[in-house]
Structures are given as structure tokens and as C-alpha cells.
Design a protein around this ligand. Structure first.
Ligand code: GDD
Ligand code: MG
Length: 288
């Protein structure tokens, strides 16, 4: 068994005999969700994959101190193959937690998903199957055929997600570049250009830096139904939004040079004007 808590950095690019699939879960204050998540992942894997013992779950927690360690201890005692990495140093954040999960993962095929059950674990086997069928990157999409978003997901979050998606459109043709539910192979990651772990949108970063979009036959999609969080709170903040804009600026410049920065600036100005126009048009109606 791997040690329960590892707080050192290990570059583990060796495949572990036996483990084929790693599910990587960034987590912060998710102690209540983790037991349900892990049980549902393994229940799905047992039904859908040939050998469930070849799957592990790697949780990367930023020292939540909320009972996560105890919850994982119980799961391990029950025989679930779960590894918990508790980061206690300066390194924090969703994207860097995912990259840390890649260092610890022992499988060849990786699925990244949230801990809060907004990504239903029952879809996990579909990602592994798609990777076994020669897709090196599989994006979970809410906007492809059969995909959905919970009807109770707040209007403001929908609006933000729509704007964020539009801003990413010139960078990628995938239908849901904002997704945090995705799969990729170790081989693809190893050959990637250096990855910048800024903010929340690690899938967008990896889509570009691995260069997978230049080989569309390697890019798969799994449509899924995005659920509403029922336990705990989202960690999205205004700081996350600013980081997203900074991240976009980096990616536009990386992909298109100076022209990219000008294009992004033009899009942001356009969005601001459209917003002001809507406020001006709708505002007076509210006072009638
Ligand atoms: N280790 C670690 N994990 C974190 C941190 N911040 C958030 N997480 C974990 O990252 C996952 C997503 O965080 P949420 O706070 O639930 O994010 P969200 O606002 O619901 O955003 C989600 O939806 C987006 C699509 O609309 C996704 O793009 C995004 O990745 C995320 O899935 C959760 O498992 C959460 O515990 C952090 O600083 N450190
Ligand atoms: Mg969430």
C-alpha cells in the first residue's frame, strides 16, 4: 500500500505494475463529499471496467484540516485504493493540486474530477474506455450531445461560464474548455510543453500545451450532466476570475503572440460594451 499522507514532492513517472487507471481529485474542505465520491467511483468502475483493482483514487488536499484525513483512513480500512496527498507548504490551488496528482499517479490513464460531486462519478469509466480506445485526451462536456447542466445551477454562474467559454473560443474548438472533468494519458502529459498551474482552468492549459488539438482524432469527448453542489461551498472567488483573465492573456500570447493580446483586449472591450448596453436597455424597465 502507498503511504497515506505524503507531503514531499516525488516525480513518479514510472507505471506501477497493476495500476492502470488513476482518478485525480483536487480537494479543499471536502471531507463530507469524499467518502461518497470514492464509493461511487469504485462502484461504477466495478460494474463497467474489467478489473476494478487496477484503479486508484489520488486526492490532493491543501491541508483542509476538516476531517479529510480521517475520512480517507476509514475508506482505506474498508479496502478502497485511495491515496491522500496533504500539501502543507506554500504550494496551493486547484491547478497545481492536479499537477501534483499527476506526479503521484501510478496509472497510465488519468481522469481529473472535482470532489464535490458536480462531476457524477458514474461517468468515470467512460473516460477510461475512451482512453483505452486511443484518445489521448478526453474532455468532459456539458454542451455536447447528451450533456446537461443542473437546472438549479445559479443564473450568475451560467452567465459567467458562458462569458468565460466565449473568451476561450479563439484558443480551442472543444465544446467545454471550462470543464474540470477530463482525462489524459501519461504519455501525452510527458510530451507536453511546460504547463502553467495558474487558476482553475487546468484542462484548457493542458489542451493547448499538449498540442492535442492538432491531432483531432486523439481528442475525445464524454458528455455528462453537471450536477449542483449540495454539500460545502464553491471556492470560486473574484480572485479566481482575475486569475482566469491573467491565464487567458498568457495563453493568447503563447498561441498568437502580440496579435493574441490585442484580440483578447478587443473581446474584453466588446463584452464590457455589450454588458453596458444591456444594463442601459434593461435598467429603465426595472423602474417602471
Ligand atoms: N487542493 C485544492 N483543491 C481545490 C482548491 N480550490 C478548489 N479546489 C477543489 O477543486 C474542485 C472544484 O472547486 P469548486 O470550488 O467546486 O469549483 P467550482 O466553482 O464549482 O468550479 C467547478 O466548475 C467549473 C465549471 O463550471 C470547472 O471548470 C472547475 O474546474 C470546477 O470544476 C473541488 O473539488 C475543490 O475542493 C485549492 O485551492 N486546492
Ligand atoms: Mg464545484
Amino acid at each position: 500500500r502507498p503511504p497515506l499522507v505524503r507531503d514531499h514532492t516525488t516525480a513518479n513517472h514510472q507505471t506501477h505494475v497493476g495500476i492502470e487507471n488513476s482518478v485525480i481529485v483536487p480537494a479543499y474542505h471536502e471531507a463530507e463529499n469524499i467518502p461518497v465520491l470514492v464509493r461511487r467511483i469504485f462502484a461504477a468502475v466495478e460494474v463497467e471496467l474489467a478489473d476494478a483493482s487496477r484503479t486508484e483514487v489520488v486526492i490532493v488536499d491543501d491541508d483542509s484540516n476538516d476531517g479529510t484525513i480521517e475520512a480517507v483512513n476509514v475508506l482505506r480500512a474498508q479496502g478502497y485504493n485511495v491515496v491522500l496527498v496533504t500539501r502543507t507548504g506554500d504550494e496551493k490551488g486547484l491547478s497545481s493540486a492536479v499537477l501534483r496528482g499527476f506526479q503521484e499517479a501510478r496509472g497510465e490513464n488519468w481522469v481529473v474530477m472535482d470532489a464535490d460531486l458536480q462531476h457524477p462519478p458514474e461517468y468515470v469509466p467512460a473516460f477510461f474506455k475512451a482512453m483505452s480506445a486511443h484518445h489521448s485526451f478526453v474532455i468532459g462536456t456539458r454542451y455536447g450531445p447528451g450533456g446537461a447542466v443542473d437546472k438549479d445551477w445559479p443564473f450568475f454562474r451560467r452567465l459567467m461560464s458562458g462569458v468565460a467559454r466565449s473568451l476561450a473560443r479563439p484558443l480551442t474548438a472543444t465544446s467545454d474548455p471550462m470543464s474540470g472533468f477530463f482525462g489524459l494519458t501519461r504519455d501525452l502529459y510527458i510530451d507536453s510543453k511546460p504547463v502553467n498551474p495558474v487558476g482553475f482552468k487546468i484542462a484548457l492549459e493542458l489542451l493547448l500545451k499538449t498540442g492535442v488539438e492538432k491531432h483531432p482524432h486523439e481528442l475525445g469527448e464524454v458528455s455528462y450532466a453537471f450536477a449542483k453542489r449540495t454539500v460545502g461551498a464553491s471556492k470560486l472567488s473574484s480572485k479566481t476570475i482575475i486569475k482566469y483573465l491573467y491565464h487567458l492573456a498568457n495563453l493568447y500570447r503563447w498561441q498568437m503572440g502580440l496579435f493574441g493580446l490585442i484580440l483578447l483586449e478587443g473581446m474584453l472591450v466588446g463584452i464590457c460594451w455589450a454588458g453596458l448596453y444591456v444594463i442601459e436597455s434593461v435598467g429603465p424597465c426595472l423602474y417602471r
